[in-house]
Design a protein around this ligand. Structure first.
Ligand SMILES: [Mn+2]
Length: 284
């Protein structure tokens, strides 16, 4: 693993690569179409976490009672996209043995690598994808692999029936045809009982594109899409997943330069806090 230790570690964490929860920044920023800059997000999310308390009143749990590690950011500078994805996959494969990996993006393409690491180790793992966009294009702007196509590759590699999508409200007609073959795909955040039972049967990887939120709550992202849940609704969804075996989490696509008030980074940091407190565990 080639990692740069965090200059400012996440709230109540210690710089380390082992813990019940291990944060790692994936400052991947190679294929953004509308505007780039997500590579700066991991450090901005760490800085923003300082605004928050380590205690979650909703959970009555505190990060200081958790072994929370911040591994810093992966060194992806100068790497091609395949090289960067390989580095992310290898790092997540290693980190998951210690505890819950929590990836801080960076562009969403990194999730393909992180999910692949979990899927290889725990083949039953399903993907719960929270995003305004379907990300199911076969190609985008001439490129097969990128932030708008990564989920297509997940589906082709592992099966579209391994994917549950919530909050989605944008895609092409062709993407919506593919979405109909997913285990579930909905603009809302409700999980039907049948889908929840399916998620409860095996490990789950939870991927959050911050643009799933209403842009009023999270303007700082590359492709804001009108509509979508408020922050407390999204956090409620996260809390409703308590009891599932969540083996990986990521929070992607924060774009600091489009986040002048910093509220998008704070929302991301709070999602990280809640996810850590909900799903932190010893390695598997
Ligand atoms: Mn998106």
């Amino acid at each position: 693993m080639s990692l740069t230790p965090p200059s400012v570690p996440f709230l109540a964490s210690r710089p380390a690569t082992e813990g019940q929860v291990v944060l790692v920044g994936a400052p991947l920023d190679l294929t953004e179409s509308f505007r780039a800059g997500t590579r700066l997000a991991p450090q901005r999310i760490r800085q923003a976490s300082d605004v928050l308390e380590s205690y979650s009143p909703r959970l009555d749990r505190d990060l200081v009672d958790l072994r929370l590690a911040d591994a810093g950011d992966l060194d992806l500078d100068g790497l091609s996209l395949p090289e960067a994805l390989a580095a992310i996959e290898a790092t997540v494969a290693q980190i998951r043995r210690a505890g819950l990996p929590v990836l801080l993006g960076g562009e969403h393409t990194a999730t393909l690598a992180a999910f692949t690491a979990l899927k290889r180790a725990l083949p039953g793992t399903m993907l719960l994808h929270l995003d305004a966009h379907l990300d199911l294009r076969a190609a985008y702007q001439g490129e097969a692999l990128g932030h708008a196509t990564w989920l297509y590759h997940v589906g082709r590699r592992w099966g579209f029936d391994q994917i549950v999508q919530l909050g989605v409200r944008s895609g092409t007609r062709e993407e919506y045809r593919l979405a109909a073959t997913c285990a579930w795909s909905s603009p809302g955040l409700e999980l039907p009982a049948r889908v929840r039972e399916q998620l409860a049967r095996g490990p789950v990887y939870v991927s959050i594109d911050i643009d799933v939120l209403d842009p009023a709550c999270a303007p700082g992202t590359g492709c804001p899409e009108p509509g979508g849940p408020r922050y407390d609704e999204l956090e409620g969804l996260l809390h409703s997943l308590a009891g599932l075996r969540v083996v990986g989490v990521d929070v992607m696509e924060v774009l600091p330069e489009a986040d002048p008030a910093g509220i998008t980074a704070v929302a991301a940091a709070r999602l990280v806090r809640e996810a850590a407190l909900l799903f932190g565990h010893e390695g598997s």
